[in-house]
Design a protein. Structure first.
Lengths: 617, 653
């Protein structure tokens, strides 16, 4: 036995009142700071790879607009040239004009078609990329983050925030482009028609820009509120649906209705406030635009009366001026989706900028070749404390030789699970290190680490899909035979085979309900399939019945051969297969020895073991 | 993993016509119909004032300017200003009147969806991916609201504009009008066809969106497993594959829309080219005045927007229609009927019980205190009159209260394959009033399912379950669940304070009862939480350990001394020491209630007076622990496992 921890002599009065481990405080919505410029940088990195296609799309829409706008011009030519020519029995000009018209009539839809196709591809590629980034990043973030950050909020980042962006991409960008182009066209036309009137008209851009800016500023807050309330809606919703059994059993329906109504109303208020901001923006800009038109007409009229402007020129000018302001509504829609998307992007950028505390190594080290006897684990002056500073594990040393099976026992909150989580690298130690065959865990890349260490938790979550797929999470490339063998080894084969579709039973469908005990067996099979050098079992048999647990114990005797294992258990039955037992209390290892040594002694373990024996039949 | 979590119901849904689907929104839209009418009117008037501006400009040019009469200019400029302001006002009005009502409509629909989902049977939730429900409550809701706010208004306004334009064109020249309007027929046919194709894709995209949400949700909820196996890459692969499917569907939608749009933009333009040629010919041959041709072509060009906009308005309408279908798929799910609420009789019969039960709570509370002083033993428990009160004092059951009785109960999951046997084939079990019955059976034998029948989380397929002689189907569900408290195998805490989480079991319970429930569950750690019982826990609060959650769930079940208690392996996550303490405290609680306890271990079984063994879908043996150890080999095996241990186990004290 390798005993590096100082075993304290047992307390003769039996185990002390357990000092319960308290979890770290939860995160607030604002806990994730958004680095300045992050949303913009994110947007750039998303658009960047599609620069070429965006440029093509812009050219296409440019030509398309030209084709579309040429209609009135061709009508004018027909009136001025073709009809007089036709009266002279010269049908040439008319044919030419009509041909040109038909050409534009064909060109414009073809280009429109092309534009929709290109921009849809760009949009979908961007969304695909962003969805993937959010997903991968959320997966990469450390467990301590997930324990603090509500799952519903991550879900809302990947769903409703993405929806906001999709909105902007699918309509907003096209709108912005057409608005921009038509404003450019018409501004040039106006200046060409009459530069004085043109300048006066273009000055209207100043108040219009000011109004747009005020709208953006005012709506930014509203849309942030809107994103936050959308997230809290999702949080409430998912929580209720995931806990539908207790909700119904404890008659929470009405209380939940009321609680949901609160967030629902908040969301409605934010939505309506946003819509009102747009209404205000549209009203103000329209008023400004129409005032300007009136002013220009008045100014132009004086110019005409002064004979410094052609009457026809003024008519044309004013008609075009009206069209300068036509896109105000479109611009409003664009600004609307833009603001909403900007708020969403901000949230997403915040999530993406959050670095995992358990980071991948920059230069991963490799483990030595496996010897087939498991790997040696050493804790060296390892200490763990929460971010709040509360110490969970004071510094300790522990050497587990390769191939040893160690049982860790102790009261709830003694720190057993924390030791397991450190070894599985769910957390990194605050001080000190943990080595696997001499290599610091922090230097191992995830795939290498997970070939080395795998942990089975008491959690028995099943992913949707078949039972076989759930087991194959242990080793995605495994064949069906290997999956079934793993199930057989752990004693799960019979119940799986008895399911409606056997291993192909969808766990969410068609009567594929699987009890908590069965889930734990699936989790075991998964771990066996992964075939790790070090296996950690954290309360992995709590829901099994006695025969199930014994079957697992039996299986373990063969399965654990050639592996290092750390088994955390409340039930001392597990201890029987262990080579060594550690008793923990308040973060310290207080007893360390072979099961027999400890049982024969007079320490806590002996007391515990007696109590446990008594609790058996 | 599953390629598509979309459930069978959504896949086989019959395609509705867009209009029929959208009409289903009427009950909700009714509330805002006045506002919608105002908005449509404002939009129409706004369009008209937009059209009026060129007319006024023409007047200005033809009148004052042509005659260099500045005095006459002012009234017309004033009119121009007025029309401009009115136009701006109308644009403002169109949006303002709908802002709050539509947000309210969205809220109402979402609230209804949420309320409905909460009340649908658990079997419904088993079938549906949670992301599918979530996407219905968020993305679909947004689509429907957006449709009412904009596309609906413009479908109406633009149709009016189009009809008005058509009338004007016919009045100008019927021949040219015929040519210009010729594309209406093929456009009509094409949009019908588009609708059929687009609806399918739009529906598919919405379903795929829901599936994506499910994957995201699972990946977050199962993060520990993914981390433990370092499988985030394969999960990301799966997510990627699904988002690529969604991308394909979205591109298919874009393709359809591009086709439609090309036709919608192209055909009218071609017709206009024709009209231009014919018109020019007619003018040249003096069959038409040049002015009329110009006016005609201006009108035709003005109709460009109403026609072109048809493309995306239809796309929106289709998406809103499929979103509506998805919404009503949930709302149309049949509720399981309460016999108790359907007929008036049983409800009335419950009322006296309610007061009786209240009285019972007091009495039981006293008894609980009293129990502190006596050693609860099995013999005393049998004689405990704890629940003898309610039915007796109600005066409708003269005999002693009957406890819980399962008679010929069968159960199969509603979605189980036809050829599979029933999970529970014939359950006959009587738990006497005041008795604690342990339920023992092999993993997967249906113990949890059996307990879920009692609060009617699932409905028995056949047979009857009675509580003190009353069929549970005759009790309003609310009342039934008040009588039956459950501690689930997987303890779920909600985002609320510890106090709220525990008092869910008995909203009216006193601080004293809370304290005693926490004490029973050995949840002393609550006092050490930052804010004691007022600390927020659950998803949005502190994440407690499995053992801590289990103890709070236990406290929730026992608070307020429920008449009937169901505990599903309530001590699995506790260490031996805590388990012993909980057991000691729990004995007192169990002495005053009728309880069914699912047990995996001897220590839990010892809480019970008698034990029922569940095997092959029926209760194969009932007896005390000792009797069963002696007489029932299956039970011996369940309790002590290996045959080698049996003899040793059976002689144990």
């Amino acid at each position: 036995m390798t005993t590096t921890a100082e075993p304290t002599k047992a307390d003769p009065t039996g185990p002390a009142e357990p000092e319960e481990e308290l979890p770290p405080p939860p995160a607030d919505e604002e806990d994730i700071p958004v680095p300045p410029g992050a949303p913009r940088a994110l947007l750039r990195s998303l658009l960047g790879p599609h620069r070429a296609r965006i440029a093509v799309a812009m050219v296409v829409i440019l030509v398309q607009q030209a084709a579309l706008q040429s209609g009135p011009l061709l009508v004018a030519v027909a009136m001025d040239r073709a009809i007089p020519a036709l009266r002279e029995h010269d049908s040439g000009p008319l044919i030419a004009v009509v041909a040109a018209y038909l050409f534009c009539a064909l060109l414009s839809p073809v280009l429109q078609w092309l534009f929709i196709k290109i921009s849809a591809r760009v949009n979908q590629d961007i969304l695909l990329e962003l969805r993937g980034r959010i997903f991968r990043h959320a997966q990469r973030l450390s467990l301590d983050f997930h324990e603090r950050y509500t799952s519903g909020r991550i879900i809302s980042r990947a769903t409703s925030d993405i929806d906001a962006l999709r909105e902007l991409l699918s309509e907003g960008l096209q709108e912005l482009l057409t608005v921009f182009l038509s404003v450019c066209y018409i501004s040039v036309l106006l200046l060409v028609l009459d530069w004085r009137l043109g300048l006066v008209s273009l000055v209207s851009g100043v108040p219009l820009a000011l109004i747009a800016r005020s709208f953006r500023r005012r709506s930014r807050r509203v849309y942030r509120r809107s994103r936050t309330s959308a997230a809290s809606l999702i949080v409430r919703f998912t929580e209720t649906m995931n806990g539908i059994r207790p909700v119904q059993a404890f008659r929470r329906e009405q209380a939940n209705d009321a609680a949901f109504a609160v967030v629902n109303r908040q969301s409605a208020t934010a939505t309506a406030d946003g819509l009102l901001e747009i209404a205000r923006y549209v009203g103000l800009s329209r008023t400004t635009a129409n005032l300007w038109v009136t002013g220009v007409v008045l100014f132009g009229s004086y110019l005409v009366v002064d004979d410094s402007l052609e009457l026809g020129a003024l008519t044309a000018f004013v008609l075009y001026l009206r069209r300068l302001y036509d896109p105000i509504d479109q611009l409003a829609m664009f600004l609307n989706s833009y603001q909403s998307a900007a708020a969403a992007l901000e949230k997403i950028a915040g999530l993406l900028a959050h670095e995992p505390t358990v980071a991948e190594p920059a230069e991963p080290a490799a483990l030595p070749e496996p010897a087939g006897t498991g790997r040696e684990v050493s804790f060296e002056q390892t200490r763990f404390a929460y971010r709040t500073g509360k110490e969970v594990l004071p510094p300790f040393d522990l050497l587990i030789p390769a191939g040893q099976t160690v049982a860790v026992v102790g009261a709830t909150g003694a720190g057993k699970s924390t030791v397991a989580k450190l070894l599985a690298r769910f957390y990194d130690p605050t001080d000190g290190r943990i080595r696997l065959d001499g290599v610091d865990l922090r230097e191992l890349a995830t795939p290498e680490l997970r070939r080395g260490v795998v942990m089975v938790t008491q959690e028995s979550f099943l992913f949707s899909g078949t039972v076989a797929e759930n087991i194959a999470i242990g080793r995605p490339g495994a064949t069906r035979e290997e999956v079934e063998q793993a199930a057989r080894d752990i004693g799960a084969y019979e119940f799986i085979a008895a399911l409606p579709d056997g291993f192909d039973t969808d766990v969410r469908k068609r009567g594929g309900r699987i009890s908590a005990g069965q889930r734990q067996l699936v989790a075991f099979a998964r771990a066996l399939l992964a075939d790790p050098a070090v296996l950690i079992l954290d309360e992995a048999t709590s829901s099994l019945d006695v025969p199930g647990e014994q079957a697992v114990q039996r299986a373990m005797r063969t399965v654990l051969a050639g592996r290092t294992a750390v088994i955390i258990a409340h039930r001392l039955s597990t201890v029987e297969i262990a080579d060594r037992v550690l008793v923990m209390d308040q973060g310290r290892i207080v007893e360390d020895g072979s099961p027999q040594e400890l049982i024969d002694g007079s320490g806590r373990f002996a007391t515990l073991h007696r109590a446990w024996r008594d609790s058996l039949v | 993993m599953a390629e598509n979590i979309q459930n069978d119901d959504t896949a086989t849904v019959r395609p509705h016509s867009t209009v029929r689907s959208l009409l289903r929104l009427w009950p909700y839209a009714r509330a805002v119909r006045g506002r919608l009418a105002v908005s449509v009117t404002a939009a129409t008037l706004g369009m008209l004032s937009t059209l009026a501006v060129p007319v006024i400009l023409g007047r200005i040019v033809d009148g004052p300017l042509a005659e260099h009469d500045l005095a006459a200019l002012w009234p017309l400029v004033g009119l121009l200003l007025l029309v401009g302001l009115v136009e701006a006002g109308l644009f403002f009005t169109r949006r303002v009147v709908l802002a709050r009502p539509l947000a309210g409509l969205e809220t109402a629909m979402r609230g209804d969806l949420f309320a409905k989902l909460q009340r649908l049977p658990v079997s419904f939730h088993d079938r549906w991916g949670s992301g599918q429900l979530l996407s219905r409550a968020t993305a679909d809701m947004y689509t429907m609201r957006l449709f009412l706010a904009f596309p609906l208004v413009f479908l109406i306004v633009n149709s009016v504009m189009f009809l008005a334009g058509a009338v004007v064109m016919f009045s100008q020249d019927w021949r040219l009008a015929l040519i210009a309007l010729l594309p209406v027929v093929p456009l009509f046919v094409l949009t019908r066809r588009f609708e059929a194709g687009y609806s399918g894709s739009s529906r598919l995209a919405q379903d795929q969106n829901g599936d994506l949400a499910t994957v995201v949700e699972e990946s977050v909820l199962g993060i520990r497993i993914l981390k433990a196996f370092g499988r985030h890459r394969s999960m990301a692969e799966r997510f990627r594959a699904q988002s690529q499917e969604l991308r394909r569907t979205e591109l298919r939608k874009a393709h359809l829309l591009a086709n439609l749009w090309a036709v919608i933009v192209g055909l009218p333009e071609l017709a206009l080219g024709g009209a231009l040629a014919v018109g020019a010919y007619l003018v040249a041959h003096d069959e038409l005045s040049a002015g009329t041709l110009v006016a005609f072509l201006s009108t035709a060009l003005a109709l460009r927007w109403p026609v072109e906009s048809l493309g995306w308005l239809l796309a929106y309408a289709n998406e809103a229609a499929t979103a509506t279908d998805r919404f009503f798929e949930v709302l149309d799910e049949p509720d399981t009927q309460d016999r108790g609420t359907a007929t008036g009789g049983p409800v009335r019969r419950i009322l006296p019980d309610q007061t009786a039960a209240l009285g019972c709570v007091h009495r039981k509370a006293e008894e609980g205190v009293h129990a502190e002083h006596r050693r609860p033993t099995t013999t005393q428990r049998g004689a405990c009159p704890g629940v003898a009160g309610p039915a007796g004092s109600a005066g409708q059951a003269p005999a002693a209260p009957d406890g819980i009785r399962f008679t010929g109960v069968r159960f199969r999951y509603p979605d189980a394959p036809e050829d599979s046997p029933d999970l529970l084939t014939d359950i006959d079990l009587h738990i006497r009033s005041g008795e604690t019955m342990a339920l023992v059976g092999a993993t997967g034998s249906g113990k949890t399912t059996l307990t879920a029948l009692l609060p009617r989380l699932y409905e028995a397929t056949a047979g009857a379950i009675t509580l003190d002689g009353r069929d549970i189907r005759d009790l309003p569900r609310e009342r039934l669940r008040e009588l039956v408290a459950v501690a689930f195998e997987e303890p779920t805490l909600f985002s609320a304070t510890v106090r709220e989480n525990v008092l869910m079991g008995a909203p009216g319970a006193s601080a004293e009862q809370l304290r005693s429930a926490l004490a029973t569950a050995q949840a002393g750690f609550v006092d050490k939480l930052p804010e004691g019982a007022d600390t927020e826990v659950g998803e949005q609060g502190l994440s407690l350990s499995g053992g801590q959650r289990q103890r709070l769930a236990l406290a929730r079940a026992v608070v307020g001394d429920p008449a009937f208690l169901v505990l599903d392996d309530p001590l699995s996550a506790l260490d031996v020491h805590t388990e012993a303490l909980v057991e000691r405290a729990l004995r007192e609680v169990l002495g005053t209630t009728t309880a069914l306890v699912v047990a995996h271990r001897p220590s839990t079984v010892l809480l019970a007076d008698r034990v029922a063994v569940l095997a092959d879908g029926r209760i194969t043996a009932v007896g005390t622990h000792q009797e069963l150890l002696r007489d029932c080999p299956h039970y011996r095996e369940l309790m002590s496992g290996e045959a080698a241990l049996v003899s040793e186990g059976s002689t144990a004290p």
